[in-house]
Write a protein that binds this ligand. Sequence first.
Ligand code: HEM
Length: 198
Amino acid sequence: MSPEQIKDVFTKMGDFQKPKPNPLTRLLAMGLISYKGEKWAKHRKIINPAFHLEKLKVTMILNEALRLYPLAASLVQIVHKETKLGNLIIPVGVEIALPAILVHHDYELWGENAKQFNQERFSESISKATKGQVSFFPFGGGPRICVGQNFALVETKMALSLMLQNFSFETSSSYAHAPCSITTVQPQFGAHVILHKI
Ligand code: HEM
């Protein structure tokens, strides 16, 4: 095929169309709402406004969950050689804690509603939400950033997608919101959720 023909195939939208994506690709590309969307969205709309069809953006929701509840509440780095950090001279051996949980909840960085779950903060991008500052680091940062980051996010999205196709969720009245840090940040008394088959 000549470059001219290839150009035609790409550009003549009326003549050529993309094949229908297979369900898995569609699921990954569009997120949860692509699969049997109308049906489960209707159910979720009744139960939880966070799942309103028009608002549902899974990446935003995951980012906001990781902001409020970063698995690693604090990351530690040890100074290897005498280092200048801002206007401090830090000697060898000092441990520096990077308190993700405090930075992620900081009013100055995240605004008055810093403690509230609001996925809309991430509606554009992480860099917009953070105004380009390193104020969101659930996976660490720099060359030693979590190697499993993308895997973890895709896996979570796929698991959620599959669950949301079949169930609606409701917080149980026995749930007590008590996040605590035992190696990782976790719900102290478990996450009591009632699943309804749809
Ligand atoms: C939501 C899920 C996950 C979160 C929040 C997370 C978070 C983190 C964080 C904060 C670090 C940096 C630790 C530090 O600087 O002290 C890290 C490192 C690491 N993570 Fe993850 N992680 C997740 C999932 C995974 C998965 C699924 C894998 C493997 C498949 C993985 C493999 C690693 C490895 C190997 C490192 C060390 C990287 C290095 O030191 O060069 N993580 N992770």
